[in-house]
Design a protein around this ligand. Sequence first.
Ligand SMILES: NC(=O)CC[C@H](N)C(=O)O
Length: 425
Amino acid sequence: MIMTALNFACNSPLFCSSVAGSSQKSGVFKITCSALVSPDIAASARPWKVSDARLVLEDGSIWRAKSFGASGTQIGEVVFNTSMTGYQEILTDPSYAGQFVLMTNPHIGNTGVNFDDEESSQCFLAGLVIRSLSICTSNWRCTESLEDYLAKRNIMGIYDVDTRAITRRLRQDGSLIGVLSTEESKTDEELLEMSRTWDIVGVDLITDVSCKTPYEWVEKTASDWEFAEGKKHAQNYHVVAYDFGIKHNILRRLASYGCKITVVPSTWPAFETLKMNPDGILFSNGPGDPSAVPYAVETVKELIGKVPVFGICMGHQLLGQALGGKTFKMKFGHHGGNHPVRNHRNGQVEISSQNHNYAVDPMSLPTGVEVTHTNLNDGSCAGLAFPARNCMSLQYHPEASPGPHDSDPIFSEFVEMMKRNKSGV
Ligand SMILES: NC(=O)CC[C@H](N)C(=O)O
């Protein structure tokens, strides 16, 4: 959810590394902050833990590390995320299925975790790679340490890794497959072989993260967190949301703008959706290669032109394909909370939250389809619209939680599109 001043203060690496430092050297921290420290100051022995894990990348590099959370051996694609805050939302974003997320912010774990900030009820990512694991948690909303949270969800984490060096390598060579292991019995060569025989391209990852049966979204945004002024949760519009790995905050933002939402599985037939008589359809974010899920593209094709459509991230990529365009894999993708995007409709630059490895090739789009947004870091396509058929989509996350919230008004544009369509204008 939205950051508070205290949350922000505690998420500041400067603030917390000095706090952690003083706790090690003297009793100062205990005296000033004892009320904020969770009882499970997890591993007080942690600073002296010896390396017990290896991350072996497909380029042959081996990174010695210290483990936390689950142990074992796990394979995935390594991506780096430049967000300063929001590690818990990242951990529970289903779009990270099959990936190790490496946080470039060096100090992680300081605010612990709480159940309100989850973007889904599970962690689907392959594992977490960080530089420094906070020695303690200090946030009023914290209910559990990051370490215990990951252990309970059977997710591997490693720390004391040179995350800056790995990030530079990923930027130079592109995303790499990696194998993370705490098992000493496995040789470096075996782990390297595993990394070189596994691939994430062409794999359908949405089936495993999607819901299995339709359900109504009932959670409202608590007034403390609401920032869509004057919205009364009137439920004026019925939206069917395709769950390709949907993040809860997309549903919360839609609800804030007056939508009643029915969430349906990724394989839900288009004719069943039309029987529900929706005012609009949302195609959600989701993990993996958008060209590996042709059945979902077919569903989008069958629905566009019949009901107003809004796509987010994977939903945008599926819409791009359904309109006749092509998607491609980017070198290392976009993962972070500070991507500048130009909104060509109003000329404004929005700071946005992004998480994707694939993109729509704008040159492949047919006449009539507009590129409405462009990522200013690399010029890639960040948004589409096909006004003649009431479709629009964004490659990034207008629901960003934690912020930025510059792109939130797109939800009201979707509502306006449904309103116009309903009144036959
Ligand atoms: N967040 C998302 O929906 C990710 C989209 C897609 N899986 C990609 O990596 O490009």
